[in-house]
Write a protein that binds this ligand. Structure first.
Ligand code: CA
Length: 154
């Protein structure tokens, strides 16, 4: 009697195609699985957790290592997933009042202009996470408070 073997090589068994299947992989996030919800209450919305490559069901640090630079600039770091689902994007925004948010290079009504520049400082491959260092530079405007955020969109 003859027999044969079939070898199945599954290279990426954790592949997920949609946000719903990704968040569904974290049972602890079932209570608040929405893209803009914050299932673990750490202040990082689930969609941003996806960008960062962190769990939406366990507290994570989000943005870190905020540093004021000698010039009119601030820098910070964050992890970045190498497995971001198609259709989900991220961007950076700045504000002086936490109400009106602007993209890099825009000038607000008070004549403040800010450039936001991300640089990948640790470049890995999935499932490992990259590290991105983001510098926000105030190019012009009066002395104001500066807020910077990472946004996720789908
Ligand atoms: Ca969260």
């Amino acid at each position: 009697m003859a027999s044969s073997n079939i070898e199945l090589n599954v290279k990426n068994p954790t592949f997920v195609a949609t946000y719903a299947s990704w968040v569904g992989g974290f049972p602890g996030a079932n209570g608040a699985p929405g893209f803009t919800q914050d299932a673990d209450g750490d202040g990082v919305p689930n969609g941003v957790e996806h960008i960062l490559g962190t769990s939406p069901a366990a507290r994570s640090v989000g943005l870190y290592e905020f540093t004021k630079l000698p010039s009119s600039a601030v820098k910070f770091r964050h992890s970045l997933s190498n497995s971001i689902i198609a259709g989900i994007t991220h961007s950076y925004q700045w504000s002086t009042d936490l109400v009106n948010w602007h993209s890099s290079g825009q000038t607000n009504a008070g004549n403040t202009n800010v450039t936001i520049t991300p640089v990948t400082v640790v470049n890995t491959a999935a499932p490992a996470l990259d590290t991105v260092e983001v510098t926000a530079t105030v190019n012009s405007g009066p002395n104001v408070k500066l807020f910077v955020r990472l946004r996720a969109a789908q």
